[in-house]
Ligand binder design. Structure first.
Ligand SMILES: Cc1ncc(COP(=O)(O)O)c(C=O)c1O
Length: 433
């Protein structure tokens, strides 16, 4: 490309249409500020800081010894290390009530995080120009995944006034066109933290069956739920739908595809391991060809995760670990909301309400979320510190919605969250002057 004249090359429409991640877009400003000696409190990115399970490190050491012995690092199987597929299926099966619907290793494909899992799933179900329904706001990077495959996302607005509840079946149905191929959503939701209700999910499931669509459910935050909610997987929707409708339904044709990841629940974002799980045999067959073209996911990391999950599932350690994670995020959520409701009291139309899951808060300010986020990074300091927040607009696909929203990820300890709230209050006062 260096030899081409700069203006003569026409880059692909899809790459030109791929937006930068709104979560990382302001990172250069943050870096510049850091270089000026300012400490940044990063509430912009969902990178949790809780210790990962100790079993992961033991697994990694074992994997390392094995490749030391071999003296080279081999590729893994394209669809994933078989032992890991088996263990991941066993882990998911705890969410399935009707045991005859349990998954096996053949229903699981290991990917490089949920990101790759979603990209492959979209590529398997859509041609360029096809449409996928999403609920607005939703995980911002879905825009990037869709754009690289020239897929159009059709956003259906949800609103904070209504606690981001799903639109009615009629509204969802009226948004379908001859090009609609799938519905894609995450629950617990990023950026709102909302947990979808069983009734809402059943409507989507039923609609997907009726209309011949795929239902892609991103369960990256599955277990991070509060207020006595029980962690839930949509893998159980098939049985619930069957019970409700009295239909005999062939599991191997079902519309559901689950996206999973170790990034958030186990505090292992950089490990880059996730999976696709589905009973639909045709999807698995097609995915196997897709993943074979990228050869394999990382060998050592898969081996370490297999060991970790195996050990955690032995004697209740999994539950203990997750309980600790949930407890920590629950406390942080409560502390952050209390502190924000106090520090931002002059700017919030009404107090922020606690969402039921994940580790995010999205709320509206009386000013532009993006301009405020930039102001905090470019100009604001308090005791040589400032706060990095994510502008909410990037999580909205309908252009004007979310302009005044910001999203905070409560991935710092409670003292830092209080300090950040105080700075946000001071920053808003200065910015609104
Ligand atoms: C809803 C959702 N899905 C997927 C991802 C990406 O996960 P991974 O790190 O497994 O690629 C994220 C990351 O923030 C997310 O919030």
């Amino acid at each position: 490309l260096n030899q081409l004249k700069p203006h003569s090359f026409r880059f692909s429409r899809r790459s030109l249409a791929t937006p930068p991640s709104p979560i990382r877009k302001l990172a250069p400003l943050s870096l510049a500020r850091k270089n000026d000696g300012i400490t940044i409190l990063p509430l912009n990115i969902g990178q949790p800081d809780i210790p990962a399970p100790k079993e992961f490190y033991v697994g990694m050491e074992r994997a390392l010894s094995e490749v030391r012995r071999l003296k080279f690092v081999p590729y893994e199987q394209s669809e994933g290390f078989r032992t890991l597929c088996t263990i991941w299926a066993m882990y998911l099966n705890q969410y399935i009530e009707r045991k005859e619907l349990n998954l096996s290793a053949d229903n699981v494909i290991i990917t490089m995080g949920a990101s790759e899992a979603i990209t492959f799933t979209l590529m398997v179900c859509c041609d360029p120009g096809d449409e996928v329904i999403v609920l607005d706001p939703t995980y911002a990077n879905y825009a990037g995944f869709a754009a690289t495959s020239a897929i159009n996302l059709i956003p259906l607005p949800t609103s904070p006034e209504n606690n981001f509840a799903f639109p009615s079946r009629e509204v969802i149905k009226s948004s379908l066109s001859g090009k609609t191929k799938a519905i894609l959503l995450c629950s617990p939701n990023n950026p709102t933290g909302r947990v979808s209700t069983l009734e809402e999910l059943l409507v989507l499931y039923d609609l997907s069956v009726e209309q011949g669509l795929l239902l892609i459910l991103d369960e990256t935050y599955r277990e991070i739920v509060f207020d006595n909610l029980k962690a839930f997987s949509s893998l159980d929707l098939l049985a619930k739908h069957t019970a409700l409708k009295g239909e005999v339904f062939a599991p191997e044709n079902e519309p559901l595809v689950i996206i999973d990841s170790v990034s958030k629940r186990y505090n292992l974002c950089g490990v880059r391991i996730g999976c696709i799980a589905t009973r639909n045999k045709e999807i698995v067959r097609l995915l196997r060809s897709q993943v074979s073209a990228r050869l394999a996911a990382p060998t050592l990391e898969q081996s370490a995760i297999a060991y970790m999950l195996h050990e955690l599932m032995k004697d209740g350690s999994h539950e203990n670990y997750i309980n600790e994670v949930v407890y920590t995020f629950n406390r942080r959520r409560d502390t952050l909301i209390k502190s924000l409701n106090y520090e931002l009291r002059d700017f919030l139309p009404e107090p922020i309400k606690p969402p039921n899951g994940a580790f995010y808060l999205s709320f509206e300010l009386p000013v532009s979320g993006e301009a405020f986020a930039e102001y905090m990074l470019r100009t604001f300091t308090h005791n040589q510190k400032t706060v990095f927040v994510a502008p909410g607009a990037g999580f909205y696909f309908s252009s004007t919605l979310g302009e005044k929203m910001i999203r905070l990820a409560y991935v710092l300890n409670e003292d830092k969250l209080c300090e950040a709230s105080q700075m946000l209050g001071l920053g808003l006062k200065e910015f609104s002057r």
